[in-house]
Design a protein around this ligand. Structure first.
Ligand code: ATP
Length: 633
């Protein structure tokens, strides 16, 4: 489509003109601010989907948008009045636990300027998009349990480690309602959106640089690290706002990039990415009805007793609504935004264009490989029929597992673009971090156990480590699992060697780490000594939790920071992109570690690994996967 490219070229051209015109200013800031900007982008990209470089996937996964409170609520949530469990498809239904965690939400206002910070009742999944945001957290008076030693709380009330810097709001601006906006669903409207973003960023860079020329750089005066004019507060806002408006693949990528390395990421960018993490704008009712009619037929509502038009969550490729089926089952209906599935290819190309514009992506990132993986993953995630199949498979595999629950899929109300599943409740992992140590240890252990079981026994893994995908129900001591769009199989031969490598890392066995890395495709055999050393050391750091018997205290060492430093070396010296399997696998493994770090959990990691190893069957003779109850333990 020539016209689409032209639009982007114009925007890109405008960006380049602005960049050229500002050459001196940029060069001046490259010395200091450019350095920070460079580190920031490298860090963001390297640590997310692109983090599968080697053994350095130890980074934060993307985090799902949260739900927020509403004053109008069509479904009564009290235990006494919610739909009584019935049955669907012959399967008995469970009574749902209640969720009551509280968090805050930040949003950009309608005029693209203001940001709001408002309290919300997320429970990870059980809240709603607000129709009326409250000014005060009603439960603020209730004191949370003491945070882990040395930790404080950020503005959201989240526990932060001593190394974490609280994320400040972008500006102290007036609270505004979040947006209800149509999703740009045609190729033209989407291309226009990206073109507008490109032009906006260029203009923002120009403005910021001009401001610094005239008024000087306040950061310089304060002797703080300087941020490139491209990475200004206004540009950060523009980026976040555009991603939330566009939704789809671009937002998903933005969420993937929304990891926080507090030592590298400037505060305005952190705040903007936080906004992206919180969730997208919501579809207006007319657009929502169009999708539902097209997908489920015009009589879809006759299969429901109740449908709540206020979404409980606005995700990147769809929004989620509560409903009650004829049988009385409370369900979550995930409804895909129109056009996003067809625009993955172009969205990602456009994001790539924007990244290239910054000129900050290091060559050895093998961006094309990473983008290709992202495209494939997103295409699969947009197919809700596939997600339904994955969910059913996990439900079966975990049917006898203690401490895990996979909600039922309601086939009757599902299609390629609509997925209806039993509504579950619980608090996401970051909220579990506020509970007592025993609970945190328990949840940390269960998460790690699940991760190892998925990889080494099921060889089928849900690869999205988002904290909101694990909803802990305290009363049942059960983790409710949702979101199986990113589940995938791993070949037996890969898993065999991967287990050998993990054990080698745990045992600090240098020779075996190198050999397995060759076999798995992380190394070519022609690497320089410096690269080999960085690779092996990164492996040992990842293996640290598995190194010694007894409980490993995830509060004790800053694994992410050590890995991050080695990652920079490997990024400069590596000769090959990571094997394709590693992208999703390392994202998931890093997510499991980060969850344990967030929880401040003490987990008997070595014991868990050795149990797996002792019961593992290497070689081709064991090609069947196990259900968790049948896993030899
Ligand atoms: N069965 C369910 N029970 C409770 N809440 C649910 C359920 N399904 C989805 N949700 C809520 O909707 C949110 C988004 O759902 P989900 O993660 O499945 O969508 P997604 O499109 O994969 O999201 P993302 O864009 O973040 O990847 C969840 O974080 C959760 O809050």
């Amino acid at each position: 489509m020539v016209w689409l490219k032209d639009i982007l070229r114009v925007a890109n051209g405008l960006s380049l003109v602005a960049k050229e015109a500002l050459g001196d200013v940029l060069r001046q800031s490259q010395g200091e601010g450019g350095e920070v900007g460079n580190k920031l982008l490298q860090s963001l990209v390297k640590k997310t989907i692109f983090s599968a470089t080697d053994l350095t996937g130890l980074t934060k996964g993307k985090i799902r948008p949260v739900s927020v409170t509403t004053t109008s609520n069509n479904i009564n949530n009290s235990d006494d009045t919610r739909g009584q469990p019935g049955s669907v498809g012959g399967e008995p239904l469970r009574r749902l636990p209640q969720s009551d965690s509280i968090r805050h939400v930040s949003c950009i206002s309608d005029d693209n300027e203001a940001l709001i910070t408002a309290p919300s009742n997320s429970g990870g999944s059980a809240g709603k998009i607000p129709s009326d945001l409250k000014a005060e957290d009603p439960t603020a008076a209730a004191a949370p349990p003491p945070p882990p030693l040395g930790a404080g709380t950020n503005r959201d009330g989240d526990v932060v480690s001593p190394t974490q810097t609280p994320t400040p709001p972008l500006s102290g601006k007036k609270p505004r309602k979040p947006r209800e906006r149509r999703v740009p669903s045609t190729p033209f409207s989407r291309a226009l959106g990206f073109a507008g973003l490109g032009a906006g960023l260029a203009w923002g860079t120009f403005q910021e640089s001009a401001k610094r020329l005239v008024f000087g750089n306040p950061n310089l005066q304060e002797k703080q690290s300087v941020v490139s004019p491209f990475l200004s507060e206004k540009n950060a806002e523009r980026l976040a706002l555009a991603l939330c408006r566009m939704r789809g693949a671009a937002l998903k990528l933005g969420q993937m990039l929304s990891i926080q390395d507090e030592s590298l990421v400037p505060a305005p960018i952190l705040a903007a990415l936080e906004m992206v993490r919180q969730g997208a704008d919501v579809m207006p009712r007319s657009q929502l009805n169009q999708v539902l009619d097209a997908e489920l037929g015009p009589n879809w509502s006759s299969k429901l007793i109740n449908f709540d038009y206020e979404p409980m969550a606005a995700a990147s490729i769809g929004q989620v609504h509560r409903a009650i089926t004829e049988e009385g089952l409370e369900v979550a209906m995930k409804i895909q935004y129109p056009g996003v599935a067809d625009s993955i290819e172009s969205d990602i190309e456009n994001v790539k264009l924007l990244l290239n514009y910054t000129n900050l992506i290091p060559e050895r990132l093998y961006l094309d490989n990473a983008m290709q993986v992202a495209k494939d993953e997103l295409s699969r995630e947009c197919n809700y029929e596939l997600e339904a199949e994955n969910q059913k498979r996990f439900r079966h595999l975990l049917s006898d597992a203690q401490g895990f629950y996979v909600p039922l899929v309601v086939d009757d109300l599902s299609s390629r673009r609509v997925l209806t599943t039993e509504l579950v409740s619980g608090i996401p992992i970051d909220k579990v971090a506020l509970l007592d140590q025993e609970t945190r240890n328990y949840v940390g252990k269960k998460l790690l156990e699940l991760t190892l079981t998925e990889l080494f026994f099921f060889r089928f893994m849900q690869t999205d480590p988002n904290w909101s995908n694990f909803l802990y129900d305290e009363s049942a001591k059960c983790i409710n699992l949702i979101d199986f769009g990113a589940a995938r199989d791993y070949p037996k031969s890969f898993v065999d060697d991967y287990l050998r490598m993990v054990l080698a890392c745990a045992n600090s066995d240098r020779e075996a780490v190198v050999e397995m890395s060759h076999r798995l495709g992380f190394l070519t055999g022609k690497e320089s000594d410096i690269m080999l050393e960085a690779h092996v050391q990164a492996g040992f750091i990842v293996g640290l939790p598995f190194a010694k018997p007894g409980g490993y205290d995830f509060r004790s060492a800053n694994i992410t920071k050590s890995i991050s430093n080695l990652g920079a070396t490997m990024l400069r010296h590596r000769l090959t992109p990571p094997p394709q399997e590693a992208y999703s696998l390392h994202r998931k493994l890093s997510g499991a570690f980060l969850a344990c770090i967030k929880l401040g959990a003490v987990v008997p990691c070595r014991q868990l690994l050795l149990e797996v190893y002792e019961n593992y069957h290497f070689g081709n003779h064991s090609d069947e996967t196990f259900a968790i109850g049948s896993v030899p333990r």
